[in-house]
Design a binder for this molecule. Structure first.
Ligand code: EPZ
Length: 417
């Protein structure tokens, strides 16, 4: 199993380009199932989860052509096999995103239940409930969601919880349903908006994406389109936190500051000097960061995908701070690993009290989930001595060439077999 080995204590300095957003690319690739025509998707990040999604779509019958420059051409002319098998779904929960499009396009779907993962049970009951409201017959048996619908119809759906992929699944299904669907308490994440923009370019009639009420008027069919995936706000935030924690100075190209307000506000509060351009973000941290309290919540509040990274920043900051995780029930897996590096963190339920200290100490640690892995990389960058991170397949799921980008910023980091 591959490892990352990091020599800590070097402030990050330099410039990098941000990749396309994983959590926008994944639903957008699924949108190809909604049309017989070709969907051209640009700025697709080269990630394990994207490769898995493309394999999942290909075995359903989608024609896929990749070109060298992150462009993917998908053709859903025929979907002879509307099945998402366990072998693929177990490695990527976002596979559930094929359920709505398959039902809307083919009238049937057999999708393996994703099952839980390190950060929580991750149920999909809201996806199922919404599709049933649109007329789908759904049975869950033997670990599979067996769904059928002669023709989905519009419905008014109020989501019990804000669910990003739940909103995306139902929005995609509604594009081909008969009549109007209204999704209330919808997720407002920028990735939902990027998917909506792609669907609209395919001929869907959607209004309200980005607000908590999305209205979709079903059409008979969607046509092909060309869409460029938005930049990854979590990758942006992760590198900014790494620069802040290491007292560095970096510039991100191809990054959008308008979708990172909550994160940029917290970084400024910790003492970072930040300036933004049309498609760039510059950050300099001149002195030791100050601790900042963080409470995760649905967009536009502080993103749960940035919680682990701020845990590290607070671990080396001046003062103490409280980190509260309100989205997932088990998203503190990185805490015990950070404590092995000398961090002072006490967890009580969904809250962690972090008491900052000057330096962490390098150690061998184990990655448990995608964003926890990123926090261990940041910890390794700021720790005294050498840190080895095991099970880094987690990190490859969501960060494109992370060690190349960090090396570009001066980090001493290498991948070992
Ligand atoms: C998406 O996951 C993201 N993944 C996650 O990013 C992100 O952390 C999460 O949204 C929250 O922002 C993708 O977009 C592919 P949810 P998702 O449905 O959609 C509960 C990363 O690191 N819930 O918004 O699966 C759920 O258990 C990943 O890139 C139900 O109870 O998350 C959670 O407590 C990790 N029933 C809350 O809602 C449902 O049917 C929010 O989950 C659905 C969700």
């Amino acid at each position: 199993m591959q490892k990352l080995v990091i020599e800590g204590g070097i402030p990050l300095q330099g410039e990098i380009r941000i990749s396309g957003a994983k959590n926008a690319a994944l639903p957008i690739l699924c949108a190809t199932l909604l049309s017989r025509e070709t969907l051209h998707v640009e700025n697709v990040p080269h990630l394990k989860d994207v490769t898995t999604m493309l394999s999942l779509l290909a075995q359903m019958g989608v024609g896929i052509t990749l070109d060298a420059s992150q462009c993917v051409e998908l053709s859903g002319r025929e979907i002879p096999n509307p099945v998402a098998p366990y072998e693929l779904v177990k490695t990527m929960r976002a596979s559930i995103l094929v359920l709505g499009p398959l039902l809307a396009r083919t009238g049937r779907a057999s999708v393996s239940l994703p099952g839980g993962c390190a950060i929580g049970l991750r149920p999909v009951d809201l996806h199922i409930k919404g599709l049933q409201a649109m007329g789908a017959e759904i049975e869950v048996a033997n670990g599979y969601i067996q769904a059928s619908a002669s023709k989905l119809h519009g419905a008014r759906i109020c989501m019990d919880l804000v669910s990003v992929t739940g909103t995306e699944n139902l929005m995609m299904a509604a594009t081909l349903a008969r009549g109007v669907t209204v999704i209330e308490n919808a997720a407002r994440e920028p990735e939902v908006v990027d998917l909506a923009n792609c669907l609209i370019s395919m001929g869907a009639k959607i209004s309200g994406a980005g607000s908590d009420t999305i209205e979709i008027e079903g059409v008979d069919e969607l046509h092909g389109a060309r869409h460029r995936v938005m930049p990854d706000r979590i990758e942006s935030g992760t590198f900014l936190v790494a620069a802040a924690a290491s007292l560095g100075k970096i510039k991100l190209h191809g990054a959008r500051s308008d979708i990172l307000d909550a994160v940029l506000d917290k970084l400024s509060e910790s003492g970072a000097h930040i300036s933004t351009g049309e498609e760039s973000i510059f950050l300099e941290m001149r002195d030791r960061p100050k601790s900042v309290n963080v409470r995760t919540a649905p967009y536009p509040a502080f993103p749960t995908d940035m919680q682990a990274q701020f845990m590290v920043l607070n671990s080396v900051a001046e003062g103490s701070a409280l980190i509260t995780e309100t989205i997932f029930e088990n998203r503190f897996m990185h805490v015990q690993e950070l404590c092995r590096m000398g961090a002072h963190i006490e967890v009580e339920g969904n809250a962690a009290m972090v008491r900052g200290k000057e330096r962490l100490g390098g150690a061998t640690v184990m990655a448990t989930d995608l964003r926890a892995s990123a926090s261990l990389v940041i910890a390794g960058l700021v720790a005294r001595g050498e840190t080895t991170i095991e099970r880094i397949y987690h990190i490859d799921r969501g960060y494109e060439c992370i060690e190349e980008k960090l090396a570009q910023l001066g980090a001493k980091i290498r991948r070992m077999a």
